[in-house]
Design a protein around this ligand. Structure first.
Ligand code: C2E
Ligand code: MG
Ligand code: MG
Length: 431
């Protein structure tokens, strides 16, 4: 045989990719209704460092060793191919539930994290794992591989041990967080609170600051979208850990806040999945005691939709909080379609009218009517009214005429970190 007939490395890689697609496509044809197929891309992305340090011969052996470990761990039905020098793809068909994905990912990680020794040199390969799942992420090998590759890249960029592509497209840009990675992210100060003042309309003075969670994964330039990240944390059942951190951090930081010589209140958001968490109330009460914050300076914001999902139990919990002296606010009011019969029972001190009614207030007489009606009703039931999302002077003028008590929005201040907020409070006091 001449060297011309011998396939090149590129051709071999192409061939193994084709074999992978063929394997996945035929597995998908026989996939049971409740079954999943997972495709893992394993990227030994730290090889440059190892090449430089130990030379190519060492790193080539290390990569072969990784391939061997993966092969030895395979069950008969699994399929492993090498995609290029540093990347492997592993297809796992017949998974009974996507809940098994983190388990599979952790197992593979353990295999990869074993140190490799040759000629007296020892090192560990740094690998990023990306996982796509069929049928949720795609219905053919090509589509699944693209998503698994993107997820591996996202794991690498966010320094996470693995990223499982999310079946919900809204959440696809959010790095996957396992319980372990969440604790690491907390320890690495990737979480912080931003604060946005609520302004008392009659006096123009800030009364309370709402605390809003921010997550900037290591290496990322911007925070991930808070709502999306919270939806992901709820899906992964990680919210109790997040909320515990939010409570402790916010109450500690807010205990330092003053407007002149007056202490400022703080508002915390509690998500729908958290409101019924056992121990939530005790954590809040403990933090208030430790940081010597009077309970009436704390407001808990719960969305209207969280209450509607389970009104009786929520009412009981909110009443308990109020019995401790803590204020309760109903967030995003007007979007949850609560009936008037609930309205009279809502155990709240405050209603926050959703910003969808406020943004175009100056141009929308219908929105002004709604805000006016909600305000009138809330006042009858001895609740105060906050309008969120005030972005311009025109909306503010309309609001003032509608009898609302407090306003919040970019027009007054955007959410900022604690230090910036303190500066803002000082400036507001001297103006
Ligand atoms: P929310 O509690 O209704 O908070 C208001 C959101 O509107 C915030 O978005 C805030 O940054 C934004 N905002 C404030 N003023 C304006 C304005 O004038 N115009 C516009 N367009 N937007 C404005 P953010 O911080 O992204 O938070 C989104 C949601 O995530 C919050 O909605 C809240 O439901 C949830 N959230 C935030 N932090 C936490 C937290 O610590 N725990 C829980 N459970 N949920 C949180
Ligand atoms: Mg809120
Ligand atoms: Mg809101």
């Amino acid at each position: 045989m001449t060297s011309l007939s011998k396939p090149s490395l590129a051709q071999l890689l192409l061939l193994s990719r084709e074999k992978l697609f063929h394997y996945i496509n035929s597995e998908l044809e026989t996939l049971g209704a409740e079954e999943k197929l997972a495709l893992l891309v394993i990227d030994a992305n730290g090889m440059d460092r190892i090449d430089r340090h130990f030379g190519y011969r060492f790193s080539d052996q290390l990569l072969l060793n990784l391939q061997k470990r993966l092969k030895e761990s395979l069950k008969k039905a699994h399929f492993l191919v090498r995609l290029d020098r540093t990347r492997f793809a592993l297809a796992i068909p017949g998974l009974k539930s996507e809940r098994l994905l983190p388990v599979a990912a952790e197992k593979i990680r353990q295999l990869l994290d074993e140190p490799f020794t040759q000629d007296g040199n020892t090192t560990v390969a740094r690998c990023a794992l990306g996982i796509a799942v069929a049928p949720e992420n795609g219905s053919n090998g090509h589509g699944l591989l693209t998503i698994a590759e993107e997820s591996a890249l996202s794991a690498q960029r966010s320094h996470l041990p693995y990223v499982i592509a999310n079946p919900n497209p809204m959440l696809q840009d959010i790095p996957y967080l396992s319980g372990l990675a969440l604790n690491e992210a907390i320890a690495a100060n990737e979480f912080s609170m931003a604060y946005q003042p609520k302004i008392h309309l009659k006096s123009g003075a800030p009364a309370t600051c709402e605390a809003l969670l921010r997550w900037v994964p290591e290496g990322a330039e911007h925070p991930v979208n808070t709502e999306h990240f919270i939806a992901m944390a709820e899906q992964q059942r990680l919210m109790p850990t997040v909320t515990e951190w939010v409570i402790k951090t916010t109450i500690r930081e807010a205990s330092q806040l003053r407007f002149g010589d007056q202490r400022l209140g703080v508002a915390l958001n509690i998500s729908a999945s958290d409101i019924r968490t056992v121990g939530l109330q005790a954590s809040i009460v403990d933090a208030l005691r430790i940081w010597e914050m009077p309970p009436e300076l704390l407001t808990i914001e719960v969305t209207e939709s969280a209450i509607i999902d389970n009104p009786d139990e929520c009412f009981r919990i909110l009443n308990d909080l109020r019995n401790h002296g803590i204020r309760v606010s109903i967030d995003d009011f007007g979007t949850g379609y609560s009936s008037l019969s609930y309205f009279k029972k809502i155990p709240a001190d405050e209603i926050k009218i959703d910003r969808s009614f406020i943004t175009d207030l100056a141009e929308s007489p219908a929105d002004a009517e709604i805000v006016s009606a909600i305000t009138g009703l809330a006042h009858k039931f001895k609740m105060q009214v906050v309008c969120e999302g005030v972005e311009n002077a025109e909306s503010l003028e309309v609001l003032k005429g509608l009898g609302c008590d407090y306003a919040q929005g970019y027009f007054f201040a955007k959410p900022t970190g604690l230090r910036e907020l303190k500066r803002w409070l000082q400036r507001a006091k001297t103006n």
